[in-house]
Design a protein. Structure first.
Length: 86
């Protein structure tokens, strides 16, 4: 990998965490299966993941997700912003 991309190449990942219901469905054949998830909650998590680039933060959690954390885990969190999604 260093030969192809050089020493300065870094992989950056972003994660958006939200909680809520979702419906999973699989479609395909016996050679290929594709899973799809339907839920506004999945869309919220995807929007949070997309916002990690804007906020330069690798992990963003929704308020609903933070509400489910233990007090000990919550002590490691800080509020970045308040946003509304469509």
């Amino acid at each position: 990998m260093k030969k192809e991309f050089g020493d300065d190449h870094k992989v950056r990942l972003g994660f958006g965490l939200h909680i809520g219901w979702a419906i999973e469905g699989t479609i395909g054949s016996r050679y290929k299966i594709d899973a799809s998830y339907l839920s506004p909650n999945v869309n919220t998590a995807a929007r949070l993941e997309a916002a990690t680039h804007m906020y330069k933060c690798p992990l963003l959690m929704s308020g609903f997700f933070v509400d489910e954390l233990s007090p000990a885990a919550r002590s490691f969190c800080r509020m970045i912003d308040v946003v509304s999604v469509k």
